[in-house]
Design a protein around this ligand. Structure first.
Ligand code: IPM
Ligand code: MG
Length: 371
């Protein structure tokens, strides 16, 4: 198969983790005889530094001309600590989501059996968790107008807007997932307070008769945040608006043991984008300690969802299981480990290239030298 992939490493640890996903991609390309053309583009703080804008036109054109996008991370503390900054790295990510119409963000949360005891939650709570958060990605508070300062800057306004059309298209995606899974859908909102949430509820209620097999539950977001920790196994597919989805997916990452393990896919009208759920982790930049697994699993989603390469995706996931199971992981999973970002990436690539055999001694001796 021949495909074009736009690679946007972004900020902080973005370049390091994307390098390891590419390491794994080369192994897949070789083993399965594919031809992937990779082109790198600038986005985020690095793009601001070089071009003055967080999403240069060339990057957007590159994405439009590609079959899929692999994205690293975005954000830089020099902007976080400057609320007055006119241009911010995050605007690059929001702009690309909007420009490509990527309204459906899929965030699977699976408990890895082999990481037993790593979650701050008790084993009996997280065991067997397998849920998907479907987050609406191009509406709500993130994009509503007006968003501005008034009264000499002393009053700030953000606006939450949702149209029925936006709700229908994301909820359809959620019903699709529910139909292919346990046929359970939880719609998360704040309908006891927000008008937009009431429109969500009303719209979903109108859609329910089209999916008679799916059991639909409505849940207020505050309650959902609590249930996600108390009984995460009770969820299968969750669907929610942009900001609630952002918050709940970070929260859900504790179930897996580390946010460094959570991949995501964003799809919609144009080229789909795949990225880890975590951010740019600036404190870790350049230290070789960032966990590349979320990006590697995002690559698996890319191959499966955008190119239909399910065997290749399964190979990557098996590699991740094997390598983590062998204890080859970064310090977010095991604080006493000294395995670096590239050692973990190399081990997964080796699993793929070497038909499931990883020479742990070779990896271990490589690990004593910072890579
Ligand atoms: C995410 C991130 C982004 C978001 C930031 C970086 C703008 O937190 O993808 O979850 O809030 O959507
Ligand atoms: Mg987030």
């Amino acid at each position: 198969m021949k495909k074009k992939i736009a690679v946007l490493p972004g900020d902080g640890i973005g370049p390091e983790i994307v390098d390891q996903a590419l390491n794994v991609l080369y192994a897949i390309e070789k083993k399965y005889d594919h031809e992937f053309t990779l082109s790198k583009g600038l986005i985020g703080a690095v793009a601001i530094d070089e071009t003055g804008t967080p999403l240069p036109t060339e990057t957007l054109d590159l994405c439009l001309d590609s079959d899929a996008i692999l994205f690293g991370a975005i954000g830089d503390p020099k902007y976080d600590n400057d609320p007055k900054a006119k241009v911010r790295p995050e605007q690059g990510l929001l702009a690309i989501r909007k420009a490509l119409g990527l309204y459906a963000n899929i965030r699977p949360v699976v408990n890895f059996e082999i990481l037993k005891g790593k979650s701050p939650l008790k084993d009996e709570i997280v065991e067997g968790v397998d849920l998907i958060i479907i987050r609406e990605l191009t509406g709500g508070l993130y994009f509503g107008e007006p968003r501005e300062r008034r009264e000499n800057g002393t009053v700030a306004i953000d606006t939450c807007v949702y149209s029925k059309m936006e709700i229908i298209r994301i909820v359809k995606v959620a019903f699709g997932y529910a139909m292919r899974r346990k046929k359970k859908l939880c719609v998360v909102d704040k309908a006891n307070v927000l008008e937009t949430s009431r429109l969500w509820r009303e719209t979903v209620q109108e859609m329910i008769p089209d999916y008679p097999e799916v059991e639909v539950e409505f849940m207020f977001v505050d309650n959902a945040a609590m249930k996600l920790i108390v009984n995460p196994r009770s969820f299968d597919v969750m669907v929610t608006e942009n900001l609630f989805g952002d918050i709940l997916s970070d929260e859900a990452s504790v179930i897996t043991g580390s946010i460094g393990l959570l991949p995501s896919a964003s799809s919609g009208d144009l080229t789909a984008l795949y990225e880890p759920v975590h951010g740019s982790y600036p404190q870790a930049t350049g230290k070789g300690i960032a966990n590349p697994v979320a990006t590697i699993l995002s690559l698996a989603m890319l191959l499966e969802d955008s190119f239909g390469l399910s065997d290749e995706a399964a190979d990557i996931r098996a590699g991740v299981d094997h390598v983590l199971g062998a204890g080859i992981c970064t310090e977010d999973i095991n604080p006493t480990t000294n395995y670096s970002t590239s050692v973990v990436g190399n081990a997964i690539a080796e699993y793929i290239g070497n038909n499931g055999v990883v020479d742990v001694d070779k990896i271990t001796s490589a690990a004593s030298v910072p890579v």
